[in-house]
Ligand binder design. Structure first.
Ligand code: FES
Ligand SMILES: [Fe+2]
Length: 359
């Protein structure tokens, strides 16, 4: 499957790897192992030993290297084989791939394309709220047996909330004035919904001032390439600004990373600026997220994937509804980016000197 390779994908949470961990994860259909070198730097190398293809993450962390758990070859953070216990001192000329790995905004980001283009400033500061210690955070991970774009679709078309999450995130009344506005700013696609003067959805009621029966509800989504979505959502008190007079809102990062063509990593981080440092609210939010994503979204999306099979959704000519506008725009933009990247690679292969001269 074709992926956008020259882009930063979420690879994990920084606290998933400590000095002892070897974290194996398949990303864009490539086996990757992440670990920390002795100076604490997070690094990523190929997770397939070139000898008999054992996963390196089943081995041992030895200094700044990984010792294969099968027959003991050792590979450093530069991917090179640095020790062969069987060769009488002979070092085979072999290595595993290396991948740029950045730790920024409380997220581990991996670059699966041309390492020379892996510029950390391309990681948008729009995700800085994930590491804002003035906010409360609840984060998690789900493995989903579905293509990552079905997950992006899910976020960019929140009309599903009226049906799949009725009772927790949506009310009957919301159906009557559900009119998201889609707009594009450069490489970012926005889908924004304002629903003034409605009853608050059940999720928000415990956090609002007692007796609040009408709110100005808002729910926005913004897609950042390749497959990450920021979701600010909440209830403003009638006619007030966000957070004023007891209004409550949250901001979430939904980071979707292809594992294979039909399976994905789903990293989510929900942050809020109310009831910070309140473990009961953390537990309440954690329970809701587990139910909404794990028990409502995930089963539906995995069931979709089973019916779609190996095909590309758009090749099956799905019915397009007005509420699909943002999701279709995202798919179109990403498809264009992948095509441009592949054309660029062709130019590089055919005319390497021209390509570098024009870069
Ligand atoms: S499979 Fe890794 S050393 Fe043999
Ligand atoms: Fe959902």
């Amino acid at each position: 499957m074709a992926y956008l390779r020259n882009a930063w994908y979420a690879a994990g949470w920084p606290d998933e790897i400590d000095e002892d961990t070897l974290l194996g994860r398949r990303i864009l259909d490539e086996p990757v192992v992440m670990y920390r070198t002795s100076d604490g730097k997070a690094v990523a190398i190929g997770d397939r030993c070139p000898h008999r293809f054992a996963p390196l993450h089943l081995g041992r962390h030895v200094g700044d290297a990984i010792q294969c758990g099968y027959h003991g070859l050792e590979f450093g953070a530069d991917g090179k084989c640095r020790l062969n216990p069987h060769g009488g001192g002979h070092l085979p000329n072999t290595s595993v791939p290396t991948y740029p790995l950045a730790e920024k905004h409380g997220i581990l980001w991996i670059w699966m394309g041309d390492a020379k283009q892996a510029d950390e400033t391309l990681i948008s500061d729009a995700f800085s709220f994930v590491a804002d210690n003035k906010r409360a955070h609840v984060k998690g991970y789900l493995h989903v047996k579905a293509n990552y774009m079905l997950l992006v679709d899910n976020l960019m078309d929140l009309s599903h909330g009226l049906y799949l999450h009725r009772g927790s995130l949506a009310t009957q009344e919301m159906q009557e004035n559900f009119e998201p506005v889609t707009r594009v700013d450069g490489d970012i696609v926005y889908s924004e919904r304002e629903q003034p003067n409605i009853a608050p959805p059940a999720l928000w009621v415990p956090s609002l001032p007692p007796g609040t029966d009408r709110v100005d509800y808002f729910s926005h989504n913004e897609w950042h390439k390749p497959s990450n979505v920021i979701h600010p959502v909440g209830c403003r008190m009638l006619g007030k600004a966000e957070g004023e007079d007891g209004g409550v809102s949250s901001r979430s990062a939904h980071l979707f990373t292809p594992e294979t063509a039909t399976t994905s990593h789903y990293f989510y981080s929900n942050s809020r600026n109310y009831k910070v440092g309140n473990p009961d609210t953390d537990a309440h939010v954690r329970g809701i997220l587990a139910r909404v994503f794990g028990s409502e979204d995930r089963p539906m999306i995995e069931a979709q994937q089973l019916l779609i099979g190996e095909a590309d959704l758009m090749a099956l000519r799905p019915l397009i509804l007005p509420s699909d506008k943002a999701a279709v725009l995202v798919r179109r933009k990403l498809t264009q980016m992948i095509a441009q990247e592949e054309q660029g690679e062709e130019v590089m292969v055919r005319h390497p000197s021209n390509a570098s001269a024009s870069a």
